[in-house]
Ligand binder design. Structure first.
Ligand code: PMP
Length: 443
């Protein structure tokens, strides 16, 4: 396929074909806000009306290597011709590569096809390995949409409303989301009070520490609005886990595979978790996820060496082939370095936009995981979800696709393009985002 160039809007959006498709599906054409894919390549998605959008969210942080990277496509094609079902050699060799990436000993891997499922398995594994019932999780966290994963999550009440009762034994404590601190404090004068809360408040008033199996933590809270804990927070949490005999589970589903400028988000803090959850970008769009545990963890604590966690689709041949190719591309094309370099450039360009656009309250990010907080009043940090939606809709009309998310009532626009993005492509995207903000601010 020749490479796509964009962004380019020729009709609508939506144009006539998408309008008809939506109408035939009982949907309003005005609901068109996320491109329908006719074909996709690199950072671009072409819809059925020949509109070409820049995808600033990498299909929800999935296509870190860009859409349809030729090496990923080739690996998947080659594997499809040989077998599309049942375990292959590549599942075994992939464990070795994950061990190297994680760099902390031999691993046992439970494969699935979604980040939610990796979290589900981790809930079972930590309870079984420790024999303890309780799990700590964080306000603002997003761990997926299955029952266990929504029980872990603290992202938005709408994730849970009317679905209860949820999984018992999960306790939420405040995350270091400093821009919207759950304790209404300021960093650094807070002296990491949210971390101290676990030991000084939770463990001394409502959580028996000796019954806590694990803490589940995102290196950076993505869907909550791209909150990056301050220096020392993750290391402090790990030390607390070690002191109390609590397993440390890092949900790297969104932050893994180069997204933040390192192979893993936790690499920024030098923390080695006991359990790591991977998904999204792992297969560049071919579904594959993994719950990766120290090999000794379950075997040393359980009379049955391999706990039952059966799935018809485990490490699928296409998923593992795509994961190998994805890791090859990230390594060979130095995409972690590009993520770091282009992320810094893009963040600075977005910070520059703050001079002209009062709707930007804050820009924060690591590598190419950047959030642009949209507010009514910068000093007061008053959330403006309506403006955030309107800016995304206006950018979409001009050929840039992004979305906004956030916890605590806030909304941040997600800026997380494929890691192959160039300066020129960043400049073109920033121009359109700026135009969209200008238009909405005038209204
Ligand atoms: N964990 C994290 C940190 C995520 O960001 C997400 C998805 N946004 C998930 C888990 C769930 O992954 P999936 O949608 O593949 O089930």
């Amino acid at each position: 396929m020749p490479s796509l160039q964009g962004p380019r809007i020729v009709a609508g959006p939506p144009g006539p074909r998408v309008t008809k498709l939506l109408r035939d599906s009982g949907l309003e054409p005005s609901s068109y806000s996320s491109p329908i894919v006719e074909e996709a390549k690199g950072i671009y998605v072409k819809d059925p009306d020949e509109n070409v959008f820049t995808d600033l969210i990498s299909g929800r942080c999935v296509v870190n290597t860009g859409y349809n990277h030729p090496r990923v496509v080739e690996a998947v094609k080659r594997q499809a011709e040989r077998s599309i079902h049942w375990q292959t050699e590549q599942a075994y060799t992939l464990i070795g590569r994950l061990e190297k990436m994680l760099g902390s000993g031999l691993k046992q891997v439970y494969w699935s096809q979604a980040g939610s499922l990796a979290n589900e398995h981790a809930i079972k594994a930590v309870r079984r390995a420790t024999g303890k019932p309780l799990i700590l999780s964080f306000t603002g966290s997003y761990h997926g949409s299955s029952m266990g994963a929504i029980s872990l999550s603290g992202y938005d009440p709408s994730m849970k409303r009317h679905y209860g009762p949820l999984l018992p034994g999960i306790v939420h404590v405040p995350y270091a989301s400093c821009y919207r601190c759950p304790l209404r404090l300021e960093h650094p004068s807070c002296a990491l009070a949210c971390l101290a809360y676990i030991e000084e408040v939770a463990f001394k008033s409502y959580v028996p520490a000796d019954e806590v199996a694990a803490v589940f933590v995102e290196p950076i809270q993505g869907d909550a609005g791209w909150h990056i804990p301050p220096p020392g927070w993750h290391q402090g949490l790990k030390r607390l886990c070690e002191r109390f005999g609590i397993l440390h589970v890092a949900d790297e589903v969104q932050t893994g595979f180069g997204r933040t400028g390192r192979w893993l988000g936790m690499d920024h803090w030098g923390v080695k978790p006991d359990v790591v959850l991977l998904g999204k970008a792992m297969g560049s769009g071919v579904p594959i996820s993994a719950c990766v545990l120290g090999r000794d963890l379950l075997q040393s604590t359980d009379p049955e060496p391999i706990p039952i966690h059966a799935q018809s689709f485990s490490a699928t041949p296409l998923g593992t082939a795509a994961a190998h190719a994805t890791m090859d591309v990230i390594g060979d094309e130095r995409l972690c370095e590009n993520s770091e370099r282009m992320g810094a450039y893009m963040k600075n360009r977005l910070i520059d936009l703050m001079d002209e656009h009062s709707s930007i309250g804050d820009v924060r990010g690591l590598g190419l995981l950047i959030g642009v907080e949209i507010v009514k009043d910068r000093a007061k940090k008053t959330p403006d979800p309506k403006a955030a939606d309107a800016i995304c809709a206006e950018a979409f009309r001009r050929g840039v696709y992004t979305l906004n998310m956030g916890s605590y009532g806030g909304r941040a626009i997600r800026v997380a393009p494929p890691l192959i993005i160039t300066k020129k492509q960043i400049d073109a995207s920033i121009e359109i985002l700026g135009e969209a903000m200008g238009k909405i601010e005038k209204n």
